[in-house]
Design a protein around this ligand. Structure first.
Ligand SMILES: [Zn+2]
Length: 301
């Protein structure tokens, strides 16, 4: 068997190529081993070619993927830069709001920030990286959180400042500095000769003469605590303005408000008359502070 196989291996195959032109035929004698070798070589070369092809294809894929990743990266960097710029604008805007807040504080008479933690952290966590160039996404995210925190505080303080402003306005409205009627002052606050006799008397208010029926207006916001007819004063209206301040309007021809009514500065409360102990149509206007009469001209403009 061994010999047979060896013999078989050494056998030759002859390929005869016969040209059509009638020239001599060419012979090609090859052993089985040579043929096998040739087939193996062709197979191996084909394999190499396929391998090369796959490599080239994969290489191209890799290059286009790299290009895609590169452009994606550039795009992201661009976006990060835009985010940075927007963040910078927001920080500047927040600082401008802070400056406005300071102006409002001064207006309402508050000396320093109402939210105690606002000042130390002001300016953000990343001041260094802000000057050092573009912040990365992590830093941007941290700064956004910081901004959010600061703006929450600002919102809180603005609400408190609004309360202060409202209180100030309410206090201003409760100051009796509105003339009840426009007219001639016929008698001022203080000691005077009595119009009904020779005796000296203390006049606890201001007499303002005005035509009968002229509208009398509240000198400030307040609550009516008295509206009736009293011997001597005739028809009288008293208004409490808070903080121990009370105004009264006497000798009226008509009272237009009743006890418990809320009135605002300048609203009509009565009409000028000469009821009670009076020598002619006028308003007897008084201002009391904690039960003691004060000169109305100290309040009236
Ligand atoms: Zn009087």
């Amino acid at each position: 068997m061994r010999n047979g196989k060896k013999k078989h291996k050494n056998e030759k195959l002859t390929i005869i190529l016969i040209p059509n032109s009638g020239n001599r035929a060419k012979r090609l004698s090859l052993t089985y081993r040579q043929i096998k070798g040739a087939i193996m070589a062709v197979a191996f070369l084909s394999f190499l070619l396929v391998l090369a092809g796959v490599n080239i294809y994969q290489g191209r894929q890799a290059v286009s993927e790299a290009k895609r990743i590169k452009s994606q990266h550039e795009q992201q960097q661009q976006q990060v830069m835009e985010l940075n710029n927007k963040l910078l604008e927001m920080e500047k805007q927040r600082e401008r709001i802070e400056e406005r807040q300071e102006q409002v504080r001064k207006l309402v008479g508050v000396s320093s920030s109402l939210t105690p933690t606002a000042t130390p952290s002001r300016g953000g966590v990343d001041r260094n990286s802000r000057t050092g160039g573009t912040r990365d996404l992590r830093e941007i995210s941290a700064e956004i959180s910081n901004l959010q925190y600061l703006m929450d505080e600002q919102e809180m303080e603005i609400l408190q400042l609004l309360n202060h402003a409202q209180t100030n306005i309410d206090q201003l409205k409760a100051i009796p500095n509105y003339w009840p009627v426009v007219g001639r002052i016929t008698s001022t606050f203080g000691y005077r000769q009595s119009p009904f006799g020779r005796s000296r008397e203390f006049h606890d208010g201001l007499d303002i003469a005005a035509p009968y029926g002229t509208e009398i207006r509240a000198a400030a916001d307040g609550v009516v605590i008295q509206s009736n007819r009293v011997p001597g004063w005739g028809r009288i209206v008293k208004i409490s303005h808070g903080n121990g301040v009370v105004t009264s309007y006497a000798h009226n021809s008509t009272n237009l408000v009743k006890k418990g009514d809320r009135v605002t500065k300048g609203s009509v409360i009565a009409k000028v008359g000469s009821s009670g102990r009076s020598t002619g149509p006028h308003v007897h206007f008084t201002i009391e502070k904690n039960g003691k009469p004060v000169d109305p001209l100290l309040y009236l403009p």
